[in-house]
Design a protein around this ligand. Structure first.
Ligand code: ATP
Ligand code: MG
Ligand code: MG
Length: 546
């Protein structure tokens, strides 16, 4: 498949290196540890790490932990695991909170230069005096405080003398700027909150927009890559780097975030699903989190390939979820063992097959990859087939079993249906067939042809298994007025069924992946599978329109 991607940031990096503006590329992936990473983050991870790799640079993993109220060490550990699983190793591991001391000093420098002041307007007053796109804002009455007064108040904010929300440190830039982000934005707020890293040391915390450029500059990041919503913040980003007199000059570049059909990529929404028990944790296979995709059965290779192929541009768009599925199929096509599984079993008795007899049939492990070799499956008088591989009154062009019809059992014999048995409710519970010994698979039989081939499991050695089939958690439609995505949850997102797999599947290890004949790709669930009873998550079905 030809590569269709574009990556405009790669071109920028290449130019910077060629023109000798940059000696070594340094990027960073800067998650806030307030939830688990999702597939949108994977796009950013692949972009940052692969860019640095390609140009012999470095990539830091930096936790942007400047908002203690929402952050947790559990998320820090989960994020590290996910980045590693995706296949990347960071050069430096940092916490923004490790820089709180330096950030404080830089804020003091701004005050000394007359570029910052302590403001006592309430949050509401700040909003109403900020102006609009067409109206300039109004200067705060506290804007003319002396440097000494500001230094004193800021030190006392730090010491914890004031209540949350009562004072704020603001940049002194221009209340008439056409860019609202430059109208004296907040730099530090008071918050008497325990921080997961710094404990109760700090009673003030830097605002994200002030902290982020400092973090990048301190680490010597050259290309600070973020999503498009931050484009209007770039002038303030540059202002902070300049006015705080940072030695290293990072530059910010914005790209379009990833959106995918039938899913919401927002930690806040995903956390709500977890908190309200709408899913089985952050790694529920229906979640678009990296851990959810992993548990469902996605491979890191498929996700990385997807991230490369969607490209990096400046126009927002929504990627069809089937495009991601395409890369999973591509990755597993030649790797996964192809076996038989019966998801909705119907018993078949082969009436002319000797009772008590068992024979071993040869089956190829992957017809597209002969190197994977063969295995044997047992065959005997009673087998299971899929319920919908039999119909009492079939429509035209139904080539599977029905009274009087003959089909091929994959890797075994032709069988012909003679009778069926129904229960009191009219459900077919058992069918009776005869087999033709001449038709054994591999014997070269050409006497007659049948149109249908179906799969089966030997009842004598069938291993009971659970299958979990998934549909999207939510359907796309934007919620109407007064509704949220929680009102759009798909009640049928998980179907759990009980069936059978081949004997060799007993004790299969967690996270092992298979292609089940006609059903698609499946992964052994890491939470619920046991040695006695495997549990399989369907990753994707076999067909796709991509
Ligand atoms: P969310 O809104 O889901 O919480 P976030 O942007 O607040 O996401 P951060 O932890 O701040 O999450 O993000 C870490 C990095 O991942 C940022 O550089 C951000 O730009 C990037 N990122 C987040 N979501 C996406 C997405 N959908 N597509 C591409 N990059 C993303
Ligand atoms: Mg965030
Ligand atoms: Mg966000």
């Amino acid at each position: 498949k030809p590569t269709t991607n574009t990556n405009f940031i790669k071109n920028i990096v290449q130019d910077d290196i060629q023109a000798d503006r940059v000696k070594q590329v340094v990027t960073r992936f800067p998650p806030e540890p307030n939830g688990y990473l999702h597939i949108g983050h994977a796009k950013s991870i692949c972009l940052n790490f692969e860019l640095a790799d390609e140009f012999n640079g470095r990539t830091n993993l930096r936790f942007d932990d400047t908002n203690p109220a929402k952050e947790d060490i559990e998320y820090v550990e989960a994020i590290k695991e996910d980045v590693r699983w995706l296949g990347f190793e960071w050069d430096g591991l940092f916490f923004a909170s490790d820089y709180f001391g330096e950030m404080y000093d830089r804020a003091v420098l701004l005050i000394k230069k007359g570029k910052a002041f302590v403001c006592e307007l309430t949050a509401d007053e700040m909003r109403t005096t900020r102006g609009t796109l067409t109206e300039p804002g109004q200067d705060s009455p506290y804007r003319t405080r002396t440097v000494e007064e500001n230094l004193d108040l800021f030190a006392r904010m730090r010491a914890g003398e004031f209540a949350d929300g009562s004072k704020i440190l603001r940049a002194k830039i221009d209340m008439a700027s056409p860019n609202i982000n430059l109208r004296d934005p907040a730099l530090y707020r008071i918050s008497h909150t325990i921080h997961h890293n710094t404990g109760d040391t700090w009673k003030i915390y830097p605002m994200y927009a002030f902290a982020h450029p400092l973090e990048d500059a301190i680490e010597g990041v050259t290309h600070s890559i973020c999503t498009l919503e931050f484009e209007d913040q770039r002038p303030f980003y540059d202002w902070v780097v300049e006015e705080c007199e940072m030695e290293q000059r990072p530059r910010q570049y914005e790209f379009a975030r990833l959106n995918i059909t039938n899913t919401v990529l927002s930690k806040r929404f995903l956390k709500q699903l977890v908190d309200e028990n709408s899913v089985d944790g952050w790694d529920d296979p229906r979640m678009p989190t990296i851990s959810g995709l992993r548990r469902k059965g996605y491979t890191a290779e498929a996700i990385r390939q997807f991230a490369r192929e969607i490209g990096v541009t400046k126009s927002n768009s929504t990627v069809d979820e089937r495009y991601l599925e395409h890369f999973l199929r591509e990755d597993l096509k030649l790797k996964a063992l192809r076996t038989m599984a019966v998801l909705k079993p119907l018993k078949v008795v082969i009436t002319n097959y000797p009772e008590g007899q068992t024979e071993e049939m040869e089956a190829e492990n992957n017809i597209e990859n002969p190197e994977m070799g063969n295995r044997t499956v047992t065959f005997s008088r009673e087998i299971y087939i899929e319920q919908d591989d039999f119909m009492e009154n079939p429509p035209n062009k139904y080539f599977r079993l029905f009274p009087g019809n003959e089909v091929r059992l994959k890797n075994a014999y032709f069988i012909k249906c003679n009778e069926f048995i129904k229960d009191a409710d009219g459900n077919v519970t058992e069918i009776h067939c005869t087999y033709d010994i001449e038709t054994k698979s591999g014997s070269g039989f050409t006497g007659r042809k049948v149109k249908g081939t179906i799969h089966w499991i030997d009842a004598a050695n069938a291993v009971p298994a659970e299958f979990r089939l998934y549909e999207p958690l939510i359907f796309d439609a934007e919620p109407e007025e007064g509704k949220t995505f929680m009102d759009h949850l798909n009640p049928n997102s998980l179907e759990t069924i009980q069936g059978f797999v081949e004997q060799a599947m007993l004790g299969v290890p967690a996270q092992e992946k298979f292609q089940f004949f006609r059903h698609g790709y499946f992964n052994v669930d890491s939470k619920h599978s046991t040695a006695e009873k495997p549990v399989f998550n369907r990753i994707v079905s076999l067909k796709s329109s991509f």
